[in-house]
Ligand binder design. Structure first.
Ligand code: PLP
Length: 400
């Protein structure tokens, strides 16, 4: 997945433009900037690649999620449905708006289970946020039908699946609003950065203003601009945007490499009785940033991950035990370890034990192993990994 593996001349040239003009900020300073508008160009390139009318960039993926929800009018006391398998950023963004994160089970797609989503809907629910974890997507068709039926907003967290598609549409563009992260370990990186895509002009305008203290961006005098509503500062800097601009142009090259490496590794699994691949919904195309598969039991999955790493197949993950990606380790959320006071409505919903049973998620997650696909492997390295992957898993399954 990581674009940082390929940081080179293109990135340096874009950054150099910014350093030469000295305008490190994305707004204003029109005379000084010598025609360089890196954040704007990055947004144009992103909108074009993702086939959406609008794109807006911000300071991180977490900021993208926050700004996306704020732009759709989500605020205090609104419930947002999220999967049990995601990155902590998902619920952080919800909480930062005073809204209520509602965790919901995943299925064998490793993303939101549509039936579980429907069950979790209350009269306070405002949005459903599928998270396309580890390169593949949620059943967006089913989720969209639920959202349409209940008049909810569909927000796609495509931070880990940029470049994948569903039903012919780039991930992030299928719902009402989509979010990307360009942090240092994502498929394309800015160092720190995030992006929002949408076809909804109001959401876009809101995002544009909200992420810059409410500035309406009318005219060329920032000091004289108006503030039609409250905002915050989630701006991306020109330096970061410059790196992102170079990387977004390389996205399809990165995806082609990931896909080639993925298929070589995947082929080595297909001959193994007992290994099942994560389900990709019909009409979905992964971005191939991870190879995700199920072992027959939790014990075997734990063992497989350990032995794969031991045998040199590094960057294989057992998310079930991971502090940052799975609900079992989120005591700080479940018990609301907050530095400051938390609203009564958040307490009431989040501290409710009845809503904390996720055996359906545990069934899948406990058996999942995910191996990161790197860009920089040589052909020999990929072939060697495929052989080792097959050998280690074959031994474990035969002994079992
Ligand atoms: C990385 C990531 C984010 C947050 O992105 P940052 O840029 O690190 O803030 C959000 N959601 C998912 C699924 C991610 O992987």
């Amino acid at each position: 997945m990581p674009g940082f593996e390929f940081f080179g001349a293109l990135e340096r040239a874009e950054v150099q433009d910014v350093l030469d003009s000295g305008v490190l900020m994305r707004y204003g300073f029109d005379g000084m900037r010598q025609g360089h508008w890196k954040a704007k160009e990055l947004e144009q390139a992103l909108a074009k690649r993702m086939q959406t009318s609008f794109a807006h960039t911000v300071s991180s993926g977490t900021a993208a999620l926050t700004v996306a929800m704020a732009s759709a009018g989500i605020g205090a006391g609104d419930e947002v449905i999220l999967p049990t398998f995601t990155f902590v950023a998902s619920f952080e963004a919800v909480l930062s708006l005073g809204a209520i994160p509602v965790l919901v089970d995943i299925d064998d797609t490793l993303t939101l289970a549509p039936e579980a989503v429907e069950k979790a809907i209350t009269k306070r629910t405002r949005a459903v946020m599928p998270v396309h974890m580890c390169g593949s997507m949620a059943d967006l068709k089913a989720l969209k039908a639920i959202c349409t039926k209940h008049q909810l907003i569909l927000i796609e967290d495509a931070c880990q699946a940029i470049g994948g598609s569903y039903d012919g549409k780039p991930l992030g563009s299928y719902g009402d609003i989509g979010c990307f992260s360009f942090d240092f370990v994502k498929t394309i990186t800015c160092g720190e950065g995030g992006g929002i895509i949408t076809n909804n002009k109001d959401f876009y305008t809101h995002a544009d203003h909200y992420s810059d203290h409410g500035h309406d961006h009318v005219g060329t005098d920032r000091g004289a601009e108006k503030h039609p509503f409250l905002g915050y500062n989630y701006r991306i800097s020109e330096l970061h945007a410059a790196v992102g601009l170079a990387q977004v142009k390389r996205l399809d090259d990165f995806l082609a490499i990931q896909k080639r490496h993925y298929h070589i590794l995947e082929a080595s699994l297909k001959k193994l009785e007992g290994i099942t691949l994560r389900r990709v919904p019909d009409g979905g195309v992964q971005n191939y940033s991870f190879l995700n598969f199920f072992l027959p039991t939790e014990t075997l999955a734990r063992k497989a991950q350990k032995e794969l790493v031991g045998a040199g197949v590094d960057a294989c993950f057992y998310w079930f035990d991971n502090n940052w990606h799975y609900h079992t380790k989120w005591d700080h959320l479940k018990e609301l370890h907050s530095l400051g006071p938390v609203s009564e409505e958040i307490k009431k919903r989040v501290l409710n034990e009845e809503t904390q049973n996720f055996t359906a998620s545990d069934h899948w997650m406990g058996r999942t192993v995910s191996c990161l696909i790197k860009l920089s492997w040589s052909e020999e390295e990929v072939a060697h990994r495929a052989t080792t992957l097959h050998r280690v898993l074959d031994t474990i399954l035969t002994e079992a």
